[in-house]
Design a protein. Structure first.
Length: 249
């Protein structure tokens, strides 16, 4: 199991985490903003660059591997002639984990951190790295992820916004239906002949009087001052019956 985890299983695991992070950011489970989506797109870049930066850095440092200085070490994986400080696999793993956290995906970020610690332990277990090599790889992955995501996220976010505003993005993005207040009264249906109802106003919409809570439909012509002064309610107004008066016998 340790040999398989070093050879291919760790790369498959973090590839699945990268794909799941992009899907969660695309579906809006982590906020749905352009910053989260751009950080999820920068996650594989951060992991790959952390791995690639670790290789020349290890050659420059020149720190030997455990089996090169200790004769009794049992090696479970293929022996490499390159130095091991910092460890490239640990750098890749934590680079992906930090990028997922920068994409505000705490669930996958926590799983990736646990996976990165497992990778660092496994590199020591199979005999390919000292604990200091694995720790240096984790630190390198952290630094590369912070730099790469911090640099590429603004450009990726601007590109995502530009694509969304383009004609192609508008065709791919479904148009949201306008929200309607369920407490607002419905507009009256037009007449069969295509003319508006006599109880509807010029715009065919009811007007809500906030002071009294009554719903009054606008007339085609306004009320005259004499009609407004009378106690007869206007046509279409909501009225309430008066309580009967109690008189002494």
């Amino acid at each position: 199991m340790a040999r398989a985890f070093h050879s291919w299983a760790a790369f498959v695991l973090f590839g699945v985490l990268v794909a799941a992070g992009w899907w969660r950011a695309r579906s809006g489970r982590t906020g749905g903003g352009s910053r989260q989506l751009s950080a999820s797109l920068a996650t594989p870049v951060a992991g790959a660059l952390a791995y690639l930066v670790a290789l020349p850095t290890a050659r420059a440092v020149g720190h030997p591997r455990p089996y090169q200085v200790l004769a009794h070490v049992v090696v479970l994986a293929h022996r490499s002639t390159s130095p091991g400080l910092p460890n490239a696999e640990a750098a890749m793993a934590l680079g992906v984990a930090v990028a997922l956290f920068m994409a505000r995906d705490r669930l996958l970020g926590t799983l990736a951190v646990l996976g990165a610690l497992a990778v660092a332990f496994n590199e020591c277990y199979v005999g390919l790295a000292f604990p200091a090599d694995a720790a240096a790889g984790l630190g390198l992955g952290l630094a590369v992820a912070l730099v790469i995501v911090g640099i590429t996220r603004p450009a990726l976010a601007a590109g995502i916004v530009a694509i969304g505003r383009s004609s192609v993005g508008k065709r791919l993005t479904p148009t949201a239906a306008p929200s309607r207040n369920p407490l607002a009264p419905a507009a009256p249906a037009p007449a069969a002949g295509g003319s508006r109802s006599s109880s509807a106003g010029p715009a065919g919409r009811p007007v809500t009087l906030a002071a009294t809570g009554a719903v009054r439909l606008l007339e085609d012509r306004p009320l005259s001052p004499r009609q407004a002064a009378t106690d007869v309610p206007a046509r279409g107004a909501v009225t309430f019956p008066k309580a009967p008066e109690h008189r002494a016998p």
